[in-house]
Design a protein around this ligand. Sequence first.
Ligand SMILES: NC(=O)c1ccc[n+]([C@@H]2O[C@H](COP(=O)([O-])OP(=O)(O)OC[C@H]3O[C@@H](n4cnc5c(N)ncnc54)[C@H](O)[C@@H]3O)[C@@H](O)[C@H]2O)c1
Length: 447
Amino acid sequence: MGAGYVGLTAAACLAHLGHSVTCVEANPDRLDVLRGGGIPIHEPGLGELVSEQVANGRLRWAADVASGLGDAQIVLLCVGTPPASSGQPDLNQLAEAARQVGRAATQSLVVVVKSTVPPGSCEAIELICAEEAGLGVTIRVASSPEFLRESRAVEDFLSPDRVVVGASDPEVIDLVASLYPPASPVVRCDRRGAELVKYAANTFLAIKISFANEVAQLCDALGTNALDVLDGVGADNRIGRQFLNPGPGYGGSCLPKDVSGFIALGRSAGTRTSLALAAQEQNLHSRKRIAARLGEALGTLTGKRIGLLGLAFKEGTDDVRDSPSVQIAEDLVASGATVSAYDPLAPRTSTPSGVRRLMSSFEVIDGADAVVIGVDSEEYRSLDPVKVAEVMSGDVVFDASGACDLVSWGRAGLTVYSVGRGTPSTFYPVVWPPLCWTVGMLDESVY
Ligand SMILES: NC(=O)c1ccc[n+]([C@@H]2O[C@H](COP(=O)([O-])OP(=O)(O)OC[C@H]3O[C@@H](n4cnc5c(N)ncnc54)[C@H](O)[C@@H]3O)[C@@H](O)[C@H]2O)c1
């Protein structure tokens, strides 16, 4: 149930693995696109896989579970769990889906919750299903959170680092594990444990990104290169280099929501989540810092024409949910700048208010006082800096995402600011006097 990034990917991949799948989608617009042979999201390789599985008859569509359930043994809930104002996810879609399954079931089955939910939710969903189900129908609920990354969803689903399955009954764990690619490493646990794995994993990834940004801010202040420093740090096998990349902060539909969920969990369980809170605070600062530093570089943002490359939360996706680039655009507009933006995939309706949407990188760069690269994508990496310098009105580029080769862009006469790559180092003077410290001349009053 749910044909979003998780549900549609799961449906197509499970069909590819040989299962017979009916994908239920409640949104009529999304369903029309699917029935018309398209897919309603941008996800590399997914359209082809969906067409293949529809053609071979293993994948079908339904508007509701009552018409789609048939004699299914397993129902996967992949509906949205957007953040509510409390930091906890809004579980209304999930509760409604559980009620629909309970009402539609005519035989016993297993419900697998793939949506990200707080520990205890599967138990609550089992109660909701039981309330709705008829006599003699037993619905057992398992947790199997999804770890796929947007833009690599198919690859991640078919070659997972691990599959996590939580259930109260070993037989149910075996049944759910048997859905996935045969060689997948399986972590078997109880339901609350499986539910928590997802929050803990995303919070740890967020902490890594925020730590990389913390190091990058130090590097900016000291005039050194954070990529080198993080290479040195991440080469330690105990730490690892992945997710240690400085930039405009984490975003998207998962990390910010799941860190908030982790913190809210701690609050309700009465435990400390100080690392998660710090990651969240650092992330907000990392985002806000981009427009603030650009303002310092330009003297003022008021009346400046700024071109923004990228609106989605990362390369290769159309998803702008909680995107750092959108925050940068909003901060620039709020400071009085005139902002135009380009993104090849993000829907036009997702353009932040007050921002003019243009059709190409060069339209955005043309006549701009400054350009911000908000997303690290091949398209922006391959821009010719000489041409960029020719068509811009000013010469300031803020490479928030680490897309540019700073040397060649600098040679083209552009002044390139970055997150943690040390240039121009004079912009942030060295903040402490190592020499004085070394020779014992430390003046405490300086600090
Ligand atoms: N997007 C990701 O990268 C990702 C990765 C891992 C986990 N998750 C989690 O998976 C869940 C789904 O995320 P998503 O990004 O795929 O969401 P999404 O919003 O893209 O898709 C959810 C879909 O469910 C449909 N839906 C809602 N109620 C329904 C119902 N009763 N019957 C049928 N369809 C229904 C909606 O119309 C929507 O199309 C969330 O809990 C999310 O946190 C997402």
